[in-house]
Ligand binder design. Structure first.
Ligand SMILES: Cc1cc2nc3c(=O)[nH]c(=O)nc-3n(C[C@H](O)[C@H](O)[C@H](O)COP(=O)(O)OP(=O)(O)OC[C@H]3O[C@@H](n4cnc5c(N)ncnc54)[C@H](O)[C@@H]3O)c2cc1C
Length: 395
């Protein structure tokens, strides 16, 4: 029986393990953290394509039970001028929405299902190196232990070790030029439809917020930065964060300053890293998927969905093509064009978030036109994508 070594227990890792199990392939997950990561306060929107792809591993409904459905994003300038509305879901016959949820909840449902399926998960084990023997692959971890398998799947995120084992010359992730902040506010009413995000290109930073069904407002902010190291981040002390963020949005129209002042459960500020193009996704019996292969700007709202799609398609390729190098070649041929299309369009949005001065004024003028032209085709292609689990993958 084929056995896969899966490096990383985030989103792509457990999704791949569950899809491989459905395809009759055994696997084991190795995760460097000894327990759940510090994800307090962090939320994201899983695109309808990601929610749909979870159906292949029986988790579509579980995902739809978390958080709230998010049909659209309204864009505004810092002066309050409406810049346009972007749909972030398609009208599928089965009503699958894009769903905003705490990131820890998605990690939780994937890991719980993997545990329930009897998939071994070794925590506190960090991949250091791996050797492809031609017959199989041997992974070595930081505690000196080793594991043997027929293939190794690097689901180890944007700072992937597997990526450099596949290609020591692989490009390194680059800073997106934005610091991420987030939090929740109760008892403040805002003027948006429940579920819909309003995003504001403020004079100093970018702000987004949406109301959950219980009336809590979920919000995030992106501040342009030239830093790319943890030392460049503001303190995570809540009072200091409120002061810092309040100053960023004090001149902008909208409820940002009020939401920040009353905010709770503030997320730890983080830097975003991107990996726009990776020349080699695989070598022999090793492959990277998810952020390890392609980390789009968070502006795309697609990183998690693409990771889940990768996991399902990889399992289909292993199921139908068996022989490992051939399955990995086919996997890349299927996935690369779609992923790179989405990564490229996300990069355009990211640079408009970091725009300042004249660039900001130009952005406010051209963005409405871009939104009109980026319409139905892009939305359908991204959010309407469907993976048919039973469809046979041909060599
Ligand atoms: C601020 C922000 C907002 C975002 N918003 C959205 C959004 O709205 N919608 C969306 O779809 N996506 C969003 N994303 C992106 C999304 O979070 C990622 O695309 C997704 O988490 C990728 O999943 P992954 O499994 O590939 O990597 P990860 O979730 O990063 O998991 C990688 C795992 O590998 C482990 N690991 C790393 N190295 C090793 C090693 N050597 N050995 C063992 N284990 C290792 C890590 O500890 C981690 O658990 C956002 C990202 C950020 C930063």
């Amino acid at each position: 029986m084929t056995r896969a070594l899966i490096i990383g227990g985030g989103i792509a890792g457990p999704a791949a393990a569950l899809a491989l199990a459905r395809a009759g392939v055994a696997s084991e997950i190795f995760e460097q953290h000894p327990g759940p990561a510090d994800e307090a306060g962090v939320f994201f929107t899983l695109g309808s394509n990601g929610v749909d792809a979870l159906g292949a591993i029986g988790l579509r409904e579980a995902a739809m039970d978390r958080g709230f459905a998010t049909p659209a994003i309204e864009l505004r300038s810092g002066t309050g001028k409406p810049l346009g509305v972007s749909r972030i879901t398609t009208t599928r016959e089965d009503g699958t929405p894009s769903q905003t949820m705490r990131r820890a909840e998605l990690y939780g449902i994937l890991r719980d299902r993997a545990v329930a399926a009897g998939i071994p998960i070794t925590l506190g084990t960090k991949l250091v190196t791996a050797a492809d023997t031609g017959e199989g692959v041997v992974a070595t971890f930081d505690d000196g232990s080793t594991a043997h398998g027929d293939l190794l799947i690097g689901c180890d995120g944007v700072h992937s070790r597997t990526r450099t084992l596949i290609d020591p010359g692989a490009p390194r992730p680059v800073g997106a030029g934005l610091v991420n902040f987030g939090g929740y506010t109760s008892g403040v009413r805002v003027d948006t439809e429940p579920g819909t995000f309003r995003m504001i290109f403020g004079s100093r930073a970018f702000f987004g917020y949406a109301t959950a069904p219980d009336g809590t407002v979920w919000w995030f902010a992106n501040e342009p930065t030239s830093g790319s190291a943890p030392a460049d981040l503001p303190s995570r002390d809540a009072a200091e964060l409120r002061r810092h963020l309040g100053a960023l949005f004090r001149d902008d129209a909208g409820p940002a300053a009020e939401l920040i002042a009353a905010g709770h459960d503030l997320a730890r500020p983080t830097l975003t890293h991107l990996l726009p193009h990776l020349p080699h996704w695989r070598r022999g019996r090793m492959v990277v998927i998810g952020d390890a292969a392609h980390a789009p700007s968070p502006s795309s709202g697609q990183g998690a969905s693409l990771s889940i799609e990768d996991a399902i398609v990889l399992a289909q390729c292993v199921r139908d093509l068996g022989a490992v190098p051939a399955a990995l070649t086919r996997f890349e041929a299927i996935r690369r064009p779609r992923v790179e299309r989405i990564v490229a369009s996300a990069a355009r949005v990211n640079s408009s978030k970091a725009a300042t001065g004249i660039a900001r004024r130009v952005r406010d003028l051209v963005l409405p036109a871009i939104l009109r032209f980026s319409g139905a085709h892009g939305i359908e292609d991204t959010y309407g994508h469907r993976i048919e689990w039973d469809r046979r993958i041909e060599a």
